[in-house]
Design a protein around this ligand. Structure first.
Ligand code: HEC
Length: 154
């Protein structure tokens, strides 16, 4: 009999080898992307959706909430009142969080600079609570592709 921990580790490895290579193949293969979508700009929409919804959690701040405090999916990423105020009042704290879904507030280059360096188009860092992202370029491109894929709601 194998010790239980070895069995568990083997199962985990088996699961990983089933799941990971597919993800890597999708992201590290620009040829694949261009051949599938000739002429399309880079940026993997499905990966961008995953990064926005499940990793960077942009919606927690950029989406308004209903009266129960749940995110209003009908106005996904359409801008909202800032969800948190600092304990000590700060005149420099933003009161609203801009819309980013649909047509993002600036061009792709500006969005990618923000997401890879934390610097906005005015040459400054955005204010808290906006996180200072340091994504790699392909992740930033995927986020922008996903944001552009959304339909703005009035
Ligand atoms: C914890 C809250 C929070 C999260 C999470 C967050 N943001 Fe923000 N975001 C803000 C706030 C607040 C501002 C306004 C900052 C300011 O006015 O200086 C902002 C501003 C921006 C702006 C500038 C828009 C403009 O018109 O000025 C962009 C673009 C942006 N966020 C994109 C994103 C993206 C993309 C994500 C996820 C990858 C994200 N944000 C996650 C709070 C957040």
């Amino acid at each position: 009999m194998l010790p239980r921990s070895i069995v568990a580790a083997t199962i985990v490895l088996a699961l990983m080898s089933g799941g990971l290579p597919q993800t890597f193949a999708q992201n590290n293969d620009p040829q694949h992307k261009t051949s599938q979508h000739p002429g399309e700009k880079t940026g993997d929409v499905a990966r961008g959706k995953y990064l926005v919804e499940s990793v960077a959690m942009c919606g927690q701040c950029h989406t308004p909430r209903d009266s129960n405090g749940n995110l209003d999916r009908t106005r996904w990423l359409q801008g909202a009142p800032v969800p948190w105020l600092p304990a000590k009042p700060d005149p420099d704290w933003p009161l609203s969080v801009p819309r980013i879904g649909g047509t993002p507030p600036t061009n792709d280059a500006g969005m990618i600079t923000l997401l890879t360096t934390g610097v906005w188009i005015n040459g400054k860092h955005l204010r808290l609570p906006m996180p200072q992202f340091r994504m790699d370029r392909s992740d930033a491109e995927a986020v922008v592709a996903y944001l552009r894929s959304l339909t703005p709601k009035q």
